[in-house]
Design a protein around this ligand. Structure first.
Ligand code: FMN
Length: 172
């Protein structure tokens, strides 16, 4: 049974001209949302990221990927340390803000860590990291980080699915 008799089913090969339906298909995979920060030579830099994933528990390794076409790509590849902030459900505007502009920290509640990494306040989880590997991944780079320190605070996660932000709605 290959499911081809499903009336509502569509099928396509990813490639030129199919970018939109391919992105839509990937958008059915709901994720959390993070903001990754680092110290660039000329000040703090941030980027909104949902490609975050845990890789290994021991050692504590996580990954995220960055678009080679982003101006911020060289800044994060050159930064030895960073902080990955898992966003809470009331932080969708912050996610939008750092998706648009990675250099504008005006009005944000932030400080520098002992490693010189910009830390945002008020996130349910924050992972202070050291970059340990930088792998090729098509039009992205896959940055693998060792987690050096974890900070927790109360809060429900912010979700991203189908191009929209949302929150967890428990099933019954
Ligand atoms: C919810 C969300 C998730 C995103 N995830 C990623 C990601 O994992 N990797 C990435 O490179 N960009 C991601 N982006 C895009 C960046 O946040 C940012 O918009 C993009 O780098 C802008 O291009 P620029 O850096 O050239 O200004 C995401 C944006 C949003 C809104």
């Amino acid at each position: 049974m290959d499911g081809t008799k499903d009336v509502d089913m569509t099928q396509f090969l990813p490639g030129p001209g199919m970018e939109r339906p391919y992105r839509d298909a990937l958008g059915t995979f709901a994720t959390g949302v993070t903001i990754v920060t680092a110290a660039a030579p000329d000040g703090p830099v941030a980027i909104t990221v949902n490609s975050f994933a845990s890789v290994s528990l021991s050692p504590a390794l996580v990954l995220w990927s960055i678009d080679l076409g982003s101006d911020r790509c060289p800044l994060f590849r050159n930064a030895t340390h960073s902080a990955i902030h898992v966003l809470g459900r009331e932080q969708a505007l912050l996610a939008r803000h750092f998706a648009k502009n990675g250099r504008d920290f005006n009005g944000q509640d932030w400080s520098l860590s002992d490693m010189g990494v910009p830390l945002l306040a008020g996130c349910p989880a924050r992972l202070e990291c050291e970059l340990v590997a930088d792998h090729p991944g098509g039009d992205h780079r896959i940055l693998v980080n060792q987690v050096l320190r974890v900070t927790r605070a109360p809060g429900e996660p912010l979700l991203f699915a189908g191009g929209a932000f949302g929150q967890v709605a428990p099933l019954v």
